[in-house]
Design a protein around this ligand. Sequence first.
Ligand code: ZN
Length: 64
Amino acid sequence: MGALPKRRISRTRQARRRAHYLKLEMPHMVRCPQCKTLRLAHTVCPACGTYKGIEVLEIEDNAE
Ligand SMILES: [Zn+2]
């Protein structure tokens, strides 16, 4: 027979252990220097289409 745990590990203990490797990934948001909106870091801004000050995407202006 294989080794079995003597006691059941409590939900808190299990969660505490898992917190070390099962981290919830939070999207890293930064403010765009061009349009000041929050966008995902290391990505082209969806609002103005720039990345590191260079325009990469052409954004159609849908003025309301
Ligand atoms: Zn922008």
